[in-house]
Ligand binder design. Sequence first.
Ligand SMILES: Cc1cc2nc3c(=O)[nH]c(=O)nc-3n(C[C@H](O)[C@H](O)[C@H](O)COP(=O)(O)O)c2cc1C
Length: 428
Amino acid sequence: MGRLRYLTAGESHGQALGVTLEGVPAGLPLTAEELTVDLARRQRGYGRGARQSIEQDTAEILGGVRHGRTLGSPILLHVRNRDWENWTKVMQVEPLSAGDAGALAAAAEDGNKRATPVTRVRPGHADLAGALKYDFDDVRNVLERASARETAARVAAGGVARAFLRQLGIEVWSFTAEVGGVAVDPANCTRSREEADASPLRCPDPDAEAAMIARIDEARSNGDTVGGVFEVVAHGVPLGLGSYVHWDRRLDAALAAAVMSINIVKGVEFGLGFEQTRRFGSAVHDVIEGRDEDGHWVHRTNNAGGLTGGISNGEPIVVRGAVKPISTLARPLPSADLLTGAPVEKAHYERSDISVVPAAGVVGEAMVLLTLADFVLDKFGGDSLEETRDNLERYRARITSPLRGPAAGSAPATPVDGSDEAGSGGDD
Ligand SMILES: Cc1cc2nc3c(=O)[nH]c(=O)nc-3n(C[C@H](O)[C@H](O)[C@H](O)COP(=O)(O)O)c2cc1C
């Protein structure tokens, strides 16, 4: 696609993160306050580390908005790193003077961890491959950008996409579905969306959440970490986003790539996902019931997660991301030194979270929002919000309008028993 483009910049302990979004139509009401909501949600969650008490993320809008409405020009967002104040010399942009370089080296000699170049590469991180690829002898040059701090910029951008899609009746949220092998029980998901969102793990099942918290505590007391699964759900997505006509126009593929791009996600599935492989087709495919009174086509189930043939099919889109356990352990794993190649007993330790499934879910929402906004703009276009909305409404009216039906006297297209003798050759 590419109607909506965005680029992030910034290091974890640098002065700030920035993101530029290009392609947002004019006339969209937008304030910095509404972007703060998701930034705060990204910072919460039982199992997060000390950094979150330092940062209280807000986004400043530096361009592309006038008097509370977008101008159609690129939108520039800025998220300050409060922690930067503790890293000004280590992360200084300008070349270090001889005096400053000497002072840093002396601090390192005295055991100051921030001032010490990182060479004991951490398993499960970009450290080793990144340092070799970019020819660095201090892994800080890698970890500062590979850090998931960058996802704050994506969440800020996702907030703009949320404001846009909300105007078109599309809502996206997420919840924690699994932590450390403990999964929610759909029959016990008694919390409302708001209640789940306010809970320690953003989880709709209170009993499962208690057991998940126990798993995080167990990991903490062992100096270890745990992963899990988040689920993102998009409601109100019109049927027809994406296409089967070419691989790179498939919405499922774009969503999978977007969610997979989150540092820590190791798998993506839609609807029933891998479970489909264990069932017969009759227990997988969503029976098409026909149309409801508003003219919308209805499926009996949503095992496909709202996507068939690479196209949104009008059902809620359901995407799950598999979150690996955090790589940085309080009891570090053995590793090796980048400069000598010699084994070391313990990898470098950088202040770290224990579990981030709820936060990763908020990043997942942002990636789904940005992808859906791109596909909406690809299909409906529009230089202004009104134009996009008009185009969408006209399309919605067409696909929900009364059917033409078969011409009088003609046979139904498919026999009533559902068999289709003419089409017995398969589709490959
Ligand atoms: C919201 C969020 C917070 C994260 N916090 C940490 C952390 O504190 N410590 C850590 O080792 N990894 C953390 N990660 C994951 C690492 O950034 C990631 O595993 C690492 O960059 C390697 O990338 P990969 O997992 O995609 O291979 C976090 C990820 C997310 C999405």
